[in-house]
Write a protein that binds this ligand. Structure first.
Ligand code: MRU
Length: 343
């Protein structure tokens, strides 16, 4: 996707260095971060310099390749590195998918590990482009669409999942309007989705997380599209905290609720959503917020009652029965039909 007229991917490899758009600084500053060793790449994932299902996956694949570059045939060191990479973000299925593939390839050679990591990144971008083409068919001219968190190109290597059909619809000349949930506590909707939509000239507004039901009750939302961090075999969907409330409300008001995700996000080893590990993040993400001060310097301020604790579950699970369909690069499926894709 373009930033100031120049094409970017969210993450890419230069030599043995992983290069990424520094997402914690967006939308206030656009900067490229370079991680030269696998441990630094792990830190990039856990501190959310990179975030979003596919982008985490591609980055984890590159981290695994870096571990082979650093440790060669030292099996113990490579296994330890794999363990460290897998412990960075527990919910994102794409991370485990990518690490497994690169780990296997690395048994043959370092070159194979690098090449597999590159393949995963390219496949991610291709799958998301296809999701856009297929999802566009569900969007009618004039649709108002609500989305939660950021499942745009920043959450993948390119194009995105939930936003990809919206970009495709907009480019094909349809009038679309997006209601972007702000997505507390980290504000991926207010900061990243809004920034992406603005760059692509897609008409949109940011809404408070608790405004969705009100807008649905007024008939202002025609469809909801969200992404996913892990989909269980039975079609239950883990996505950013707050998604479940949108799905329940959409069902109540008879509004279609779509999930867009590449098939690499489906975890057939998780029978149901109950088997999906839910990441718990630090309470400070809830208690504090950051943004530029009047001098343009990023500052973090307390926005809660001093001394009160917070909890911070990063994801929730939407039961399959609330999901109208899942848009993948291989087609659009009822959540209960995912078994077709297994194997
Ligand atoms: O915690 P994050 O920002 O890595 O969460 C991932 C997400 O962006 C969302 O849950 C998204 O809707 C699915 S990932 C494309």
């Amino acid at each position: 996707m373009k930033v100031d007229g120049k094409n970017y991917r969210t993450v890419w490899l230069e030599g043995h260095t992983v290069c990424l758009i520094e997402q914690n600084l967006l939308p206030f500053e656009f900067k490229i971060f370079r991680a030269e060793k696998y441990r630094e790449t792990c830190r990039v994932i856990s501190t959310m310099i990179v975030r979003g299902a596919g982008a985490i996956g591609a980055t984890a694949g590159y981290a695994m390749a870096q571990a082979f570059i650093e440790h060669g045939t030292d099996t113990d060191a490579v296994n330890k590195a794999r363990h460290e990479i897998e412990n960075t973000r527990p919910t994102a299925q794409n991370l485990f998918y990518a690490v497994e593939r690169v780990f296997r390839a690395g048994q043959a050679s370092i070159e194979q590990a690098i090449s597999e990591a590159e393949t995963i990144a390219y496949e991610d971008a291709d799958a998301c482009e296809r999701i856009g083409e297929l999802g566009n068919e569900l969007i009618k001219d004039g649709f108002n669409i609500e989305t939660h968190c950021n499942a745009g190109w920043l959450a993948f290597v390119d194009f995105g999942s939930a936003l990809s059909p919206i970009y495709a619809a907009h480019r094909s000349g349809k009038k679309v309007f997006v209601y972007a949930d702000e997505t507390r506590p980290r504000g991926q909707g207010a900061r990243l989705t809004a920034w992406e939509l603005k760059n692509e000239n897609v008409p949109h507004v940011i809404i408070p997380d608790n405004a969705g039901a009100h807008l649905m009750s007024l008939g202002k939302i025609d469809m909801v599209i969200v992404g996913s961090d892990r989909i269980a075999a039975n079609g239950d969907v883990a996505n950013k905290i707050g998604t479940l409330e949108k799905a329940i409300t959409a069902k109540y008001y008879g509004i279609p609720f779509y999930v867009a995700a590449p098939t690499s996000t489906i975890d057939f080893d998780c029978a149901t959503g109950k088997d999906i590990p839910i990441e718990q993040r630090h309470q400070d993400e809830v208690l504090y917020q950051s943004g530029p001060n009047q001098q343009g310097m990023l500052e973090t301020v307390l926005i809660s009652s001093p001394g009160s604790a917070a909890i911070n579950p990063a994801f929730d699970v939407t039961p399959a029965e609330l999901v109208t369909a899942i848009i993948t690069e291989k087609g659009i499926f009822k959540p209960t039909d995912l078994a077709i894709l297994n194997g």
